[in-house]
Write a protein that binds this ligand. Structure first.
Ligand code: 5GP
Ligand code: MG
Length: 464
């Protein structure tokens, strides 16, 4: 997953982009970057790490001139941890700078990439995003926005895209509307972001979503929808509501807070824990769902885990060795709250099981009598090919093990997940408008064999 931000027509463009990235840090912590374009050409600063690290010297932000900027926080899906994969990517097409920031993941790329390579394309990165640039470079269309339409007509998958060129700022969203993407206004200037929390921070008004399948351009004449890609059934990522987006954002037309609370409420109906003394959340990601659970069940909510806020999202560290350590660095127990109590611990999801296994142990050490684990989403059994960095089926604990085996592994007294129907029915719009592939295995686009992240990496490594 990634966060993207675009600013058009503001003398403070790079500063606003920086703030927009800051607000969207939760969407990617591996790297960050900003590109601006002015009369003299493109200006870029990017690096690995948090936004505050990459731009620790604020003068760097100010040194990116111009009234147009795009920015990107990276979380790798296709393409490894390599610094060259940090966005926005910047290339020359027909002697013009073209910068691109992408949230999502393109699928079924192998044939396209091989075809491009046979035609002489030299890939600079191992990202899926770069393919769009090569397709744009090969288009015969005159305007960059028409080249973009040509390119997007040849790819499939999930994308919320910002492309900055000297001609203007292009925004495009895949026809299924997989990832969130919103347009706002700040005075006379235009703002694009993955989540509305970025617009809130810089004081921009939300105008509307970039529509699924819409390709639009902002230039000095204003906003024009240039093309509408052929319609497809909507498939918003339901996991955005479960975990990814910030609760203070509105995505896909609904408040994340409201939807996440409903997941907790439905979970309380489906999986009560009679006899429990308190509920606790796993801060911060499950706070909202746990409130829903507590409200509905009538079990008192307490703050039993304290999170060290200076440690990043544990899951985002891609190596297991580091992940183990960060769970412990991240949480400690409030013993007075937990001792001799029967506790419901609500988390939003279990991926590998690392976090919850450690937490159950910490709760026991704090003197908890009984641990009831409640998960506000169904078991994650299948990898995501559309923008989440979920591992292979073998690494996903629910891809391998039954719920009872997982309970044993976690050393919990009870374990219950939200049902898939419970998840779908908690939504305010029809459940079939969401992609639930990670839970159901029902992939809206069937990924070609071997499109797993590591396999893709290996297949492209050395091929350039
Ligand atoms: P696990 O330790 O089971 O591998 O991961 C579960 C924890 O990671 C949960 O606390 C959940 O909030 C968080 N999580 C779930 N999905 C994701 C994800 O896609 N990215 C990140 N960074 N964290 C996740
Ligand atoms: Mg969490």
């Amino acid at each position: 997953m990634c966060g993207i931000i675009g600013i058009y027509g503001n003398p403070e463009a790079s500063n606003l982009a920086y703030l927009g990235l800051y607000a969207q840090q939760h969407r990617g912590q591996e790297g960050a970057g900003i590109v601006t374009i002015d009369d003299r050409g493109a200006h870029r600063h990017m690096g690995q790490g948090l936004v505050s690290d990459v731009f620790s010297n604020r003068k760097v932000v100010e040194s990116l001139p111009g009234s147009r900027a795009i920015g990107h926080t990276r979380y790798s899906t296709t393409g490894g941890l390599d610094a060259k994969n940090v966005g926005p990517l910047l290339f020359n097409v027909q002697n013009q700078p073209v910068a691109i920031a992408h949230n999502g993941n393109l699928v079924n790329l192998k044939a396209t990439r091989l075809r491009l390579q046979r035609d002489g394309a030299i890939f600079q990165t191992s990202t899926d995003t770069e393919i769009i640039i090569h397709l744009m470079a090969r288009s015969n269309a005159k305007r960059m926005v028409d080249r973009t339409v040509d390119a997007l007509s040849q790819v499939e998958g999930a994308y919320s895209l910002l492309i900055l060129t000297p001609e203007g700022l292009i925004a495009a969203r895949d026809p299924r509307g997989w990832r969130p993407f919103v347009i706002g206004r700040l005075g006379e200037s235009w703002v694009f972001a993955s989540e509305t929390c970025a617009l809130d921070l810089i004081g921009a008004q939300v105008l509307r979503d970039v529509q699924p399948g819409e390709v639009l351009q902002i230039d000095d004449d204003g906003l024009a929808t240039v093309h509408q890609l052929p319609a497809q059934p909507l498939k918003h990522c339901i996991f955005e509501y479960v975990y990814f987006a910030r609760p203070d954002s509105r995505i896909f037309g609904d408040n994340v807070d409201k939807m996440r609370r409903k997941l907790g409420i439905t979970l309380a109906d489906e999986a009560p824990a009679p006899g429990a003394d308190i509920t606790i959340s796993v801060p911060d990601s499950s706070n909202t769902a746990a409130l829903g659970y507590a409200d509905r069940s009538g079990i008192r909510h307490e703050i039993g885990l304290i999170r060290n806020h200076y440690v990043g999202r544990s899951f985002i560290r891609p190596e297991q060795r580091l992940r183990d350590l960060t769970v412990k660095l991240k949480f400690n127990t409030v013993k007075g709250v937990l001792e001799d109590r029967e506790v419901v611990i609500v988390d939003d999801s279990i991926v590998r099981g690392t976090t919850m296994r450690r937490l159950v142990r910490l709760l026991r050490q704090a003197g908890v009598k009984k641990v009831h684990v409640r998960i506000a989403s169904p078991p994650i059994r299948h990898p995501c090919h559309f923008g989440l960095d979920f591992p292979t089926e073998q690494e996903l604990i629910a891809g391998r093990d039954s719920v009872d085996q997982i309970r044993e592994y976690l050393e919990a007294d009870t374990l219950e997940y939200l049902s898939l129907d419970g998840l779908r029915n908690s939504m305010d719009r029809p459940g079939d408008q969401f992609c639930t592939a990670c839970f159901s295995g029902d992939y809206p686009i069937v990924p070609e064999a071997g499109s797993d992240k590591q396999i893709f990496e290996n297949s492209v490594a050395g091929a350039d």
